[in-house]
Design a protein around this ligand. Structure first.
Ligand code: FES
Length: 181
């Protein structure tokens, strides 16, 4: 057991040390190495997150997404469209003369959002003038390498619901839809 005088001395010594400034020096080279290491760590973390997301996709990305109500059918008259989100991706519901259609609207070229261009009767990507068929999602012209992915829908009780990607295997091949199928 410490005597009270020793305790007092120790506390005094500790208190004096606390008043000392803590200084250290680092060379410019070491600082550069430290910054480089932090940058490398940042990018390595991002790559690791992408790998993990690929290996263990989210539940909704396995194609078992629940029904999502897009709109009441009478809110989307023939010849018009309604934007919505599906599995975290921009999508579009179209009411064609032959019935309702739905597609992911993220362009398969470089990922811009395509939209319903009523005056031309097409799905249009403004970034590089890509054009898609609103009945099938097929490429009409422009640089998109592949069709927009179709979404299965159902009309019931006066409303339109999105069910799932029509072809999840195809969706997995489109980089901008990675993790959505
Ligand atoms: S991103 Fe759509 S045409 Fe280029």
């Amino acid at each position: 057991m410490l005597k009270s005088c020793c305790k007092t001395n120790m506390l005094q010594h500790w208190s004096e040390n606390m008043d000392d400034k803590i200084t250290f020096t680092i060379t410019r080279r070491k600082l550069t190495e430290l910054i480089m290491a932090l940058v490398a760590l940042f990018f390595a973390g991002g790559a690791l997150a992408s790998i993990l997301k690929y290996l263990w996709p989210a539940t909704s990305a396995k194609g078992d997404a629940a029904e999502i109500k897009i709109a009441n059918a009478d809110e989307v008259p023939t010849g018009s469209a309604r934007k919505f989100m599906f599995n975290g991706k921009a999508a579009v519901l179209l009411h064609m003369p032959a019935g309702f259609r739905a597609f992911g609207s993220v362009c398969t070229h470089l990922g811009c959002i395509s939209y319903w261009k009523e005056d031309e009767g097409i799905l249009f990507c403004p970034c590089h003038l890509g054009k898609f068929d609103p009945n099938t999602g097929a490429v009409i012209s422009g640089p998109p390498p592949s069709p927009l992915p179709a979404i299965d829908i159902v009309v019931k009780e006066g409303a339109v619901y999105a069910l799932k990607w029509k072809d999840p295997a195809y969706v997995r091949t489109i980089s901008f839809y990675a993790g959505a199928a």
